[in-house]
Design a protein around this ligand. Sequence first.
Ligand SMILES: [Fe+2]
Ligand SMILES: [Fe+2]
Length: 199
Amino acid sequence: MMVSAVDSRIKLIAILQLAYSGELAAAYAYRGHWHSVRNPDQRTAIQNIENDEWQHRKLLADLLTSLAAGPLHRRETRAVIIGRTLQFLCHVTGWLAPMYGAGRLESHNVCEYETAARHARDCGRKDMVDCLLDMAEVEWEHESYFRSRVQEHFVGRRLPLWPQPPAKEMIRVSFERELMSLSHQNGSPYVGAQAVIES
Ligand SMILES: [Fe+2]
Ligand SMILES: [Fe+2]
């Protein structure tokens, strides 16, 4: 079924609003996380990830403005509560739980930005696609970092992990393949990198 441009625009705004507030919660949580770890390399790496999330928030604010939309107040309030709580909890839960939780969350973020890029394409905002796929790639790097840390831990490597995202290159490859396929047929079903790998 052909998704209408209006539907896609509504979905795009909704997902960007979610992501905008999600970045706030993540940034606060990572601030607590890097303050709580002792290893200097890990502190720097997680601090850099925090900075990436603030940068994403700025980009998302611009994207929302260009869609004549803005953040949702209740989502922002919720994000502050969740982010500040996680920021505090990082200091009491030990090393593994924040690494595991972050990896899981980042895996979700990769898909979220891929989906947003598809909505942007479907509502005629192709100018946003590159920025959204860039953010998906940065989230991929974040997921990879936290996965590696969990796998270094003697308990973590025995835990069942969240599904591993396909190779980073597949984010753009799957998107390009969809564009080629859409040029030959009507309809734009969501086909993420995972689906392309499995096809
Ligand atoms: Fe982010
Ligand atoms: Fe991230």
